[in-house]
Design a binder for this molecule. Structure first.
Ligand SMILES: NC(=O)c1ccc[n+]([C@@H]2O[C@H](COP(=O)([O-])OP(=O)(O)OC[C@H]3O[C@@H](n4cnc5c(N)ncnc54)[C@H](O)[C@@H]3O)[C@@H](O)[C@H]2O)c1
Length: 484
């Protein structure tokens, strides 16, 4: 196994190597471990130590060591370890291949100070918060169920993390009604136009999808457009409602504008998730549930927490610069000076116009049937910069599989196709596994159920404490939280 050459590594290794060219990988690895010992978090240190041990076995063993090393380094980078760390560079040299950064959709390491909270406990707390804010019990339970489902699926950006900022704070600010009766404005056998009257999208959404499914079960198809609604949470909740009833389901919603059109710089479109769900004979359906931007603000906030730059191509500013300065981007987004790029990225080289097109499809389906708002009207602030209501539109489509074919045949065929994809040849530089959409969420659900809940980070534990102090009756119910 040829040892590293001094030139590409440049610094510490080359000094050690030049001082004693007979040194083996094992000793170089040890030297680096010693040197770094006191510099970083225990977690990164452990990862580096384990990676160092694998480097020391380089050349002696087969591809499994290489794969294990790559997984560790991906974890190291994901947990905030610097990409120019020597252990990363050395490994790349020893194993002679570029190191993939991705571990696949396996989640983040919990932040220090996080506490494990049981799902039922959290869901009950959410119900109590909604009820204390003026939402009736039935609607509070439906709303809390949408939120906790995000936590169960590993979509941490849309569960307990949104309870205060997106729902309860907006209710407090008077820009979201905790409850309003839902009206069906117009209806045929297969279609309906629903008005949410600015109540919570979290209970308006399930009402609409239930209606679409009921129509599909009776007439084969059901399409429901919804106006005057508000943030409805994860689109995947609605598609999964359909798959559980033997239907194909799809749903989408518009949102506060943050994506710029291809060759534009102004945030014009919401992150506009588009979700499709298909029943399968697997223990989970195929559910592709994601925004039409490359990432959401939440991901940029995560880069900020780890002190990382934002990868090029995700964000463009009003001067047309592709921005990577994470803190500047976050400030620029608030001022409308930075916009997210659609799936496919800036410009047309990697097909940014495709994501832009899909974001526009979601916006059109969300607004055109219901004469809904778009663009600046959904900015969430008025001319004086004060919080203002956002009247969002959603759409829900259900197709009853049995209207076209036997459900078991359909499920078997989708399952066969998904298994075919997952068993295809793996990228030697990837995490060593292929997933199909919906599978990562199924994995999270299983893993979190086994662990007994979700790790809630300190900032959200603090939110829970603040809500207890601010909402009527909560102090009596939660004299002491389970994590206190
Ligand atoms: N209500 C709103 O205004 C709004 C706006 C934007 C997003 N959202 C929600 O936010 C959530 C997260 O959106 P996102 O864009 O960050 O999603 P994301 O980028 O995390 O992608 C998630 C989807 O990709 C699939 N997936 C992930 N890794 C995969 C892999 N390796 N192979 C195959 N499939 C894989 C998952 O199964 C899932 O369907 C979604 O639930 C979305 O509905 C809501």
């Amino acid at each position: 196994m040829p040892l590293v050459t001094s030139k590409p590594l440049g610094s510490e290794v080359s000094r050690v190597w030049c001082a004693d060219p007979t040194l083996g990988a094992r000793r170089i690895g040890r030297y680096l471990l010693m040197k770094r010992k006191h510099e970083e978090s225990a977690y990164l240190l452990t990862l580096r130590r384990r990676a160092g041990e694998l480097v020391a076995r380089a050349g002696l063993e087969n591809g499994e060591v290489k794969l294990a090393y790559k997984k560790l380094v991906a974890e190291f980078l994901h947990a905030g370890g610097p990409a120019d760390d020597l252990i990363v560079k050395i490994g790349a040299q020893f194993f002679g291949c570029p190191l993939g950064k991705s571990r696949g959709p396996v989640g983040d390491s919990p932040l220090p100070g996080s506490k494990l909270l049981d799902f039922d406990y959290l869901e009950k707390f959410m119900v109590d918060c909604f009820m204390a804010s003026g939402c009736p019990e039935k609607e509070s339970k439906i709303s809390a169920n949408v939120l906790i489902e995000a936590d169960k699926r590993g979509i941490d950006s849309h569960g307990i993390g949104r309870l205060k900022s997106i729902y309860l704070d907006r209710i407090k600010n008077g820009i979201l009604k905790p409850y309003a009766p839902i009206d069906i404005i117009k209806e045929t056998e297969t279609t309906a136009l629903v008005d949410g009257n600015m109540g919570m999208g979290l209970y308006v959404g399930p009402f609409c999808m239930d209606l679409a499914i009921a129509k599909a079960k009776k007439f084969g198809l059901g399409f429901v457009a919804c106006r005057n609604s508000t943030h409805y949470g994860i689109a995947g909740y609605y598609a999964t409602m359909a798959t559980q009833k033997g239907c194909i389901g799809f749903s989408g919603t518009n949102a506060r504008p943050s994506i710029a059109p291809t060759f534009g710089v102004e945030p014009c479109l919401g992150t506009n998730p588009l979700c499709f769900g298909f029943p399968s004979d697997e223990p989970f359906p195929f559910v592709i549930d994601c925004a039409t931007s490359i990432c959401q603000r939440g991901k940029i906030e995560k880069y900020a927490r780890f002190g990382k730059s934002t990868p090029k191509g995700m964000v463009i500013d009003s001067n047309g610069e592709e921005r990577t300065d994470t803190e500047g981007i976050l400030k620029g987004m608030v001022k409308g000076e930075c916009a997210l790029c659609p799936v496919g990225g800036v410009g047309d080289e990697l097909g940014g116009y495709k994501g832009y097109g899909w974001a526009a499809v979601v916006e059109l389906l969300s607004i055109a049937f219901q004469d809904g708002d778009f663009g600046a009207a959904l900015s969430g602030v008025d001319a004086k910069g004060k919080p203002a209501p956002m009247s969002l539109g959603h759409f829900f489509f259900a197709i009853n599989v049995e209207a076209l074919c036997d459900l078991q045949v359909f499920k078997k065929k989708s399952g066969d196709f998904l298994r075919y994809l997952r068993s295809s040849a793996k990228d030697p530089n990837g995490p060593g596994r292929i997933w199909t959409a919906g599978e990562p969420e199924h994995d999270f659900r299983k893993q979190r159920a086994a662990e007994g809940g979700v790790m809630v980070p300190p900032a959200l534990l603090k939110d829970m404490q603040n809500l207890r102090e601010g909402l009527p009756g909560l102090r009596d119910k939660y004299l002491k939280f389970c994590f206190e």
